[in-house]
Design a binder for this molecule. Sequence first.
Ligand SMILES: NC(=O)c1ccc[n+]([C@@H]2O[C@H](COP(=O)([O-])OP(=O)(O)OC[C@H]3O[C@@H](n4cnc5c(N)ncnc54)[C@H](OP(=O)(O)O)[C@@H]3O)[C@@H](O)[C@H]2O)c1
Length: 459
Amino acid sequence: MADDNQNQISSRSSRIYDVVIFGASGFTGKYVVREALKFLNAPNSPLKTLALAGRSPSRLSEALKWASAPNPPPKIPLLTADTSDPNSLTRIASQAKIILDCVGPFRLYGEPVVAACVESGCDYLDICGEPDFMERMEASYHDKAAEKGSLVISACGFDSIPAEMGLLFHSRQWTGPSAPNRVEAYLRLESDKKIVGNFGTYESAVLGVANADKLVELRRSRPKRARPAIPGPAPPKGSIIEHQKQLDLWGLKLPSADSIVVRRTLSTLTENPHGLPGVNESDENRKTREAFWSTAKPAHFGVKLGSKSLLGLFPFIMFGVFLGLLSKVSLGRWLLLKYPSFFSAGGFRKEGPSEDEVASATFKMWFVGQGFSDSSLASQGNKKPDTEVITRVMGPEIGYLTTPIVLLQCALVALKERDNLPKGGVFTPGIVFGATDLEKRLQENGISFDFISVNSLSA
Ligand SMILES: NC(=O)c1ccc[n+]([C@@H]2O[C@H](COP(=O)([O-])OP(=O)(O)OC[C@H]3O[C@@H](n4cnc5c(N)ncnc54)[C@H](OP(=O)(O)O)[C@@H]3O)[C@@H](O)[C@H]2O)c1
């Protein structure tokens, strides 16, 4: 077993590229390239060799030019690979320590990339926000990935790192005997220009809603996961729209991937209360990891979209209604995909946001947690939460600035700390990166984690 691990470690260290960005010519991909270039051969950076991969060398070359401007493009290998050609994927996966996959919708294009990475023992990180893809990959590839020494981690973008790391940060504010029962995250997108997403994300959302029943089917066919012990009763379902007094925000329930990913992280933690052991970790790292996870306090978790006015939620409600009504039938899907701007009230465009629109957008995500000043109160019949803690994660535009930042920082942790991460398997980002220095790295790169307040709740 130890020899086996050693062989995999030495096979990884002999690979030509530290990182290959697949789908580098895409809208998000080119922003990921721009972020990666900041760290390529920078002092103390473990990123020494980088290649870009995609279907078209000329589009890759354009993306590299855009990403390096105003500097001339550095000499970086451009590799040709197509998801319909498994050999091309094996070729890139066998040359790389990590593939950063930006080719979506993942339900259409992701699986062959995961398969090639697992087979080649290469690590795979992506920016997927599609829960059905993530859970399908876990069901199909976890055991093989564990055996082959390939880490497969989806949702390393805005979906769902701010939620995962934000909840862990929030949980650490419940010190001593106090413990949260429920945490509601309120996401507010801000800009003095229009807030716009690219068509790739829109298409992924349309196909996700269209295939929602497949996820239900998949879950039915899988063994039940462990549920964390959370003090106090499960919170009531609550209304779809509500007013949050402390934040003075209207909140609309978001069926985002975040709460699903967080739930999977909490299940893995319940099954592994000390977190996941590193493949070749030091004693010191084992102690740090165990100490970190011993302070994590799970809670019921949900996400809401926040707006200063009820009217501000209206376009999102209408988009949700259109998605629900039209995505289930092929004519409806055709209409949705043909006219993204109309159905999303300008929220998504075929050509994506302008650079100015990207640069002027920001997000704030407040975590409002309610729980008990003493968790033993919850089992003594005093079942109403008596304490409220508010924390916040804040950063630049979500899709094309925050997503590349978090994806790159995850990759840098995986390069630098590979011995301290699990040998392989399909996991959520929180359980793999929670106990590493990812949060500190995000803080250093423009994504802040702040404690806001703690209050007593009246009985
Ligand atoms: N987690 C988050 O918060 C977050 C943020 C942003 C984006 N995303 C996700 O990222 C994905 C991409 O979004 P996007 O807006 O960047 O889309 P996009 O602009 O359409 O980019 C798609 C990329 O995939 C490539 N591609 C398509 N089919 C391929 C195939 N068969 N083989 C190889 N490459 C192929 C395209 O290459 P060509 O240049 O050759 O066409 C392009 O590089 C979506 O699923 C989106 O939801 C997630």
